[in-house]
Design a protein around this ligand. Structure first.
Ligand SMILES: Nc1ncnc2c1ncn2[C@@H]1O[C@H](COP(=O)(O)OP(=O)(O)OP(=O)(O)O)[C@@H](O)[C@H]1O
Ligand SMILES: [Mg+2]
Length: 469
């Protein structure tokens, strides 16, 4: 099917229009509306002017006709009537003869014949009359009134003066309207440009951010308008991005820092061993290197776990039923006697008659949470670590309690940060990188739960709450 050239043209125009700047389009639309309004008001003005002039003429000839009727009835009509202000007057008697007339009526015939006179008198209003047949080069406005003794008074006035007046006004409007339109369009262009200036400033600000990364904020206009709230919102977004960026940078630098010490240790041990091969305890060296390698492996694993948590954006990796009452004892089993597990069945709770404590999420990740908490506890405790699980209302509550030195109240939130270790703990034993609790908190949050540390006097209790499924 051949493409319709008309439709194609319309599409091209629409495309062209959309590609124009907002300023251009707004100005054109505003000017078009203005043009319509100006033309409409010009038409109305001309119409009103014409009607006003016409009614002025009509009143004038009526007044002159009435005067003449009075004079005629009083028998005081002058033999030679004079035309004041250009009004033509004729007095016609019953037989159709002009008895009196002003000069200038071209030919001495009545402007209206007998029938027309009777009609005009009956209708009682003025009408148009072509002056040509009477030797008057104008269209006339004519009014007829009956007077005594069968006479009729005819008054007429050239309509040309109205036409001239309207024409003059039309000329003024014809020149003035486009001029006014151009002026208004120019003003619109300037005003719209000024209105859009904050947006241009925003654009320039955004450009500078990518180019120089100097001011990482957009300029906020003073006016409390839409552009102001847009700038504020965008700046908030920039702040959030900046924070995320800083966090990412800190993570990379912390990770590099953490990698450095085991690597340095491995290198030192190997260098020492290779420098003095004689009498070297190779087994000891290998054990030392293996320990550092394990640290590296754990660090890599923890970083990977955190990266995955970030990637999922606060959602668990899977959504499947996880029976904590089975997962917790199974996970604790590997620690043997060092960990005591107590599971209080949720039997009796609505929907939990079988005593199972089930949540929705990722079993592997939840297992890691328990391992991290137990590892921490074991590092500080002297007595066996107690792991308790119970259902409480709509939540599953998991606690890990030790009798170690605990964490001072002001640090209990801080230790959940990435790479946060308390110095006392580091001096006590080697410890990890400080990622364990960060992984715990982020995993639990992804599962819609909460975790906090509390005093177990003596020792510390980590409390995890997860919504039951
Ligand atoms: N049960 C606890 N008793 C005393 N201090 C604790 C306990 N659990 C954690 N902490 C303190 O909180 C800090 C952060 O714990 P986190 O598990 O995040 O890191 P880590 O155990 O040092 O390293 P990682 O878990 O990465 O091996 C620890 O360094 C330690 O100082
Ligand atoms: Mg830990």
């Amino acid at each position: 099917m051949a493409a319709d050239p008309l439709a194609q043209g319309a599409r091209y125009t629409a495309g062209w229009w959309r590609r124009r700047s907002l300023r251009f389009r707004l100005t054109v639309v505003a000017s078009a509306v203005l043009a319509l309004a100006l033309v409409a008001s010009a038409c109305v003005m001309i119409g009103v002017l014409r009607r006003t002039l016409l009614s002025g003429i009509d009143q004038e000839i009526y007044r002159r006709a009435r005067e003449t009727v009075s004079l005629s009835d009083a028998g005081r009509l002058p033999a030679e009537m004079t035309s004041i202000d250009g009004t033509l007057l004729q007095v016609v008697d019953g037989s159709g003869r002009i008895t009196h007339a002003t000069g200038g009526t071209g030919r001495p015939v009545p402007l209206l014949d007998a029938g027309e006179r009777a009609l005009a008198v009956r209708l009682g209003e003025a009408r148009f009359l072509d002056g040509e047949p009477y030797g008057i080069p104008h269209t006339l406005r004519v009014r007829a009134l009956s007077a005594g003794a069968g006479r009729t008074v005819i008054a007429a006035r050239p309509f040309g003066e109205v036409r001239a007046g309207v024409g003059a006004a039309g000329h003024v409007l014809l020149v003035g309207t486009p001029l006014l339109l151009v002026l208004l369009a120019g003003a619109s262009w300037l005003i719209i440009g000024r209105t859009l200036r904050p947006i241009a400033a925003l654009r320039r600000g955004a450009e500078e951010i990518t180019d120089t990364a100097r001011s990482r904020r957009l300029p906020v206009p003073e006016a409390r308008d839409e552009v102001h709230s847009l700038a504020v919102t965008l700046n908030d977004m920039l702040a959030r991005l900046e924070k995320a960026d800083a966090r990412q940078r800190a993570l990379v630098s912390d990770a590099a820092h953490e990698l450095r010490s085991p690597l340095a240790s491995i290198r030192l041990q190997l260098e020492v061993a290779l420098g003095h091969p004689e009498g070297q305890e190779w087994r000891e060296t290998a054990e030392g290197v293996l320990e550092d390698t394990m640290r590296l492996a754990r660090l890599a694993e923890d970083l990977l776990a955190l990266a995955r948590l970030d990637e999922r954006g606060g959602r668990p990796g899977r959504r499947e039923p996880v029976a904590l009452d089975r997962l917790v004892p199974r996970t604790a089993e590997r620690y043997g006697a060092a960990v005591t597990v107590r599971v209080a069945g949720g039997a009796g709770a609505p929907g939990r008659e079988d005593g199972s404590i089930t949540v929705t999420g990722d079993a592997l990740d939840l297992g890691r949470v328990l391992v991290n908490l137990v590892d921490n506890a074991l590092r500080h405790t002297s007595a066996p670590v107690v792991v308790e699980l119970r259902a409480e209302g709509a939540d599953a509550v998991l606690t890990v309690t030790d009798d170690g030195p605990g964490v001072p109240e002001p640090d209990r939130e801080r230790v959940f940060g990435r790479f946060t270790r308390l110095d006392s703990a580091r001096s006590r034993d080697e410890g990890g990188a400080g990622l364990g609790l960060a992984i715990v908190r982020e995993t639990i949050h992804a599962h819609g739960g909460a975790v906090h540390l509390e005093d177990a006097s003596p020792g510390l209790r980590a409390v995890v709450r997860l919504p039951l499924s």
